[in-house]
Design a binder for this molecule. Sequence first.
Ligand code: DGJ
Length: 734
Amino acid sequence: MHIHYDVTQSQFSLQAGNATYALKVSKQGLLQHVYWGPQLSTSGTGPSSVPIQERGYTPNLAGAPNGISLDTLPQEFPTYGNSDFREPAFEIFQPETGSRILSLRYNSHTISEGKPKLEGLPSTYVECVEDAETLTILLEDARLQLQVELHYTVFPKHPIITRSARILNKGNQNLEIRRALSASVDFDAELSDYKFVQLSGAWIRERDAHFSTLRPGVQAISSQRGTSSHQQNPFFALAEKGANETDGSVYAYNLIYSGNFLAQVEQDQFQCVRAQIGINPFDFTWQLKPGSSFQAPEVVMTYAADGLGGMSRAMHRFYRQHLLPIAWRDQPRPILLNNWEATYFDFDANKIESIATSGAELGVELFVLDDGWFGHRDDDRTSLGDWVVDHNKLPDGLENLAQKVKAQGIEFGLWFEPEMVSPDSELYRSHPDWCIHVPDRPRTESRNQLVLDFSRSEVRDAIYARIAKILYEVPITYVKWDMNRHLTELGSLRLDATQQQETAHRFVLGLYEIMGRFNQEFPHILFEGCSGGGGRFDPGILAYMPQIWTSDNSDAISRLRIQYGTSLAYPLSTIAAHVSAVPNHQVGRTTPLRTRGHVACTGAFGYELDLGTLTEAEKSEVCSQIEFYKTVRPLLISGDLYRLKSPYESQEAAWMIVSEDRHEALVTHVTVLNEPNAPARRLKLQGLSSEIKYSVRADGDSYTVSGDVLMHQGLFVPQASSDFESIQWLVQAL
Ligand code: DGJ
């Protein structure tokens, strides 16, 4: 048993790997947070009560003894209106009376093996019921006959708890949900000087890690763009003051959701810290009719005592085993060649065939035809939605092209942007009302396109049919699923006036439905997520697509920060990374081919340039990169990441991946700006075994050394001779 219920104390103790989470039912029937942190004894007692103390301006809860105020009680699913003035997790509006007041009290609970699926939403899974245990607590507002099911799942092998909430209207009046976050945890003042860690940025500079000290009041990140976005990510962590890659307590939250989210931390008047995440209440309401229910997304909560590195490894392992699509999660990802940066829209069949051939000759395993193959799409002003081959560019059609590519011994992949429509398209001319819009208002175009209303099943069905036809007809084993704008004029023709603020969430539900359908029907196809690069890099997408195009910025030096930040939450196997041409198309920088290879080959590896234009020496280097990647590829799928030097802190970056059995490791070091006459730099490795002797190889040199020497004395980094140099060491047990 990993979930223990102590009847005498009405307390639940959840054992999650080497962490414990405890909560209890108070005498008033309130669900009270007790503890989250390093493992406590399984008896489930622990520090169960908060001191009861009457304080000014914190009103007592009606009917409760003096000193019991919701404003100071640590809670699990707080509501507003009766003595808690902090940010609530849940808000209801009663249209008949205008009341927003709620009193949720414990009703009952169950503890069961395994983990239920979430209706309509992606979630983490187990294949054997023994791999997880779930506590379901039913809270109820007796007056409204409104119920909330809180689900807590623990995975004994992981320091992870997942939480979600389901709201049920058992009464006979319409209710409106105004806020339904997925999790809320009330920490005490011990966390008041923790750092808030967030991944924020913009297009071509996604997921930069930011650290800020908690302060009184609310600190929040959110998206109201309709997607999880380039600008923010549905991840945050609270890291102990002084925590680093190896030491310190860290609590992380990651929402399995691809739409508008809110993640916030509130430090109250007594320095207690409330940390919450869920669907963004901004421009969101949900009509909860009698008899209906609403499912809030799942949140993955991680506790690590061994710093940010420990947090990341725990999340990576968990996602590799319990989130990524089963068909792909353990499979080596094909080394691909994508034509986007090689041609943009300017190509014909000959050009594409020649690029694919040059890739096949050098050893790539998959050629991907990007945007521009359909309708009459010679630029980004047209044809989205018309998923019919452009015979001007590809006169013999797609199937013929795919067969020619396959004849070279490599697979064929294709780009789609299923959620979009161009105003200049047959689809739009036939169905101008299929896009998200508000009647009588101008429709904002972004990249000259509109967003299809995926909340509507007939729209999804039509798009599914058009794309599936191609996937049946053409031998395609990979699809790049792009999404190149955010949502505006949010409204849906199929929803009544009271439901218009459901549009953004219904769009995401529709997206999940159609992605699920594609996964089900085409399990042999590897779907790669993309949204103008990494604009939708979140666990919701990863549940359907095991890798995501990390950024439209393919410059190796920019990628140091982007991939480093992304790796805080997401496994390397999910981080798609390509070698592209120089000068780089996004930042104009010229970096060595070797460095571009080193940076890209610690992700889902590929190329994005015309390999045919390279010199013979460069081609031979590409061949070696590909051969090398094939040998270290298993590390990417199941190895552990150790970040050694942060590109945020200095002019160098270093990281390593270690196999589960610690027998093999790949270490990468990149110099950003070279320092003249620099001090000798050492790189202390991590995650190896002290007892094992390893061979260390780099650039033709090799020597033997024990793991403890590598970890305590470290490797000397050779002095770079110019900017942007890199080195990789392969460490293998003898
Ligand atoms: C944005 C993507 O991130 C790029 O890789 C490319 O596929 C373009 N869209 C195509 O329009």
